[in-house]
Design a binder for this molecule. Structure first.
Ligand code: MG
Length: 397
């Protein structure tokens, strides 16, 4: 299953979020010269027939009250980065196609995050919670259909084309919805009475290739539900985390502390293996009622030792006032950097053990894990904690 996630009126939505004066008003992002064109139109502006690439003077004719806002690309890029980070959490198979659009192949991720629909809703909610922005999600077994689906219920939509619906969906899909068909090809389609993708099948391949060249071949394949394009992973994850669902929901401080230690070791090991350091540590707790919180701490100096990660994570944990039993514990690091960039290494805040000693512990632990797998050095007290490993998913994001 492939998800296509597309932010709704991205630039305009960001400006409306950040400036109350612009909310619920027709807004376009654009330059303000005679020659400028609309970059993004808010949904309120779209009601006047204003759309991207329309000359601004024309947009003003359509809506004299139109508010024109110059873009702040840096801000959009910053938000884009946050959004891509959120999406990348759900699958390593992710392809960012533009500043506000990405495909993600969720094959094999269902056990961790639920059904495709649940994953879609979770992504939408996370983006809404973290950035106060809406997106539309399309889900389909075929890449080109996922993109069409995300466009079907904009804004704030979620459209799921299930396997058994594909055939009928393709049959009735208006041909103009298929990407990559130019105007001249579209005219020929009209002459041939091709109105839907299903209509393409009325013609044999030789005629289609004669009329449309390679496009004809592609359209025939698509009309048969065949799309050879895959999700091309081009996104480099910017965080590493590890989490565990506990065998039973617990309240006990010491036990949670042990799990945080275990997760910190796993994250630290991953970080060192990739020759990275981090400047941000976070913890994630999921409670018995499935609500969850994350807490993070930006660090003054980058770290990579398991003990430093553990101490930061523990400090975050200690600040949380526990009211409910804990179901899942996660530790992660973000703001990753190459270890070879000159840094002043973190001084370990552990009075009992000097920094050098911790480094040698890390080295020893890493080399044992390398040889025998990471389970071998797990603390004995952790052995009964994990829920038959189903919830254990060390992964880097
Ligand atoms: Mg968009």
């Amino acid at each position: 299953m492939i998800l296509h996630i597309d932010m709704d009126a991205f630039f305009a939505a960001i400006e409306q979020r950040d400036n109350p004066v612009l909310r619920s008003k027709p807004v376009v992002i654009s330059g303000n010269s005679e020659r400028s064109v609309v970059s993004t139109a808010s949904y309120e502006a779209r009601l006047f027939g204003i759309h991207s690439a329309m000359p601004v003077f024309k947009a003003k004719q359509k809506c004299p009250k139109l508010l024109i806002v110059p873009g702040t690309m840096k801000k959009y890029q910053r938000d884009s980065l946050k959004i891509m980070e959120i999406i990348s959490h759900f699958s390593p198979l992710m392809e960012q196609v533009s500043i506000d659009e990405a495909y993600v192949d969720i094959k094999g991720c269902e056990r961790l995050f639920g059904s495709p629909e649940e994953i879609g809703h979770t992504i939408k909610k996370k983006i809404k919670d973290d950035l106060s922005l809406t997106c539309s999600v399309g889900i389909a077994p075929i890449k080109f259909l996922a993109k069409i689906a995300s466009d079907m219920n904009k804004p704030d939509g979620l459209t799921y084309i299930k396997e058994h619906q594909v055939k009928n969906f393709i049959f009735t899909l208006p041909i103009k919805k298929v990407l990559g068909i130019g105007q001249s090809a579209m005219k020929k389609m009209e002459l041939l009475q091709i109105k839907t993708l299903g209509d393409v099948k009325k013609y044999p391949l030789p005629i289609l290739t004669q009329k449309f060249g390679k496009l004809g071949q592609r359209l025939l394949a698509l009309s048969n539900g065949i799309d050879s394009s895959r999700v091309n992973t081009n996104y480099i994850r910017k965080s590493i985390s590890s989490e565990t669902t506990l065998a039973k929901d617990i309240f006990d401080f010491e036990t949670i502390k042990q799990v945080i230690l275990d997760k910190s070791q796993s994250v630290g090991r991953d970080l060192r293996k990739k020759n990275l350091v981090c400047e941000n540590v976070f913890i994630k707790l999921k409670f018995a009622d499935f609500s969850q919180i994350t807490r993070s701490k930006k660090l003054e100096t980058p770290i990579c030792s398991s003990s430093a990660i553990f101490h930061k994570a523990l400090a975050l944990y200690e600040k949380i006032l526990l009211k409910k039993k804990i179901r899942l514990v996660g530790v992660g690091v973000t703001a990753l950097k190459d270890k070879n960039t000159p840094v002043q290494m973190q001084l370990i805040q552990d009075q009992n053990m000097p920094k050098e000693q911790w480094e040698s512990v890390d080295n020893a632990v890493d080399s044992i894990s390398e040889k025998f797998g990471s389970d071998i050095i797990k603390k004995a007290s952790l052995n009964n904690l994990t829920r038959n490993n189903a919830g254990e998913n060390p992964h880097d994001e």
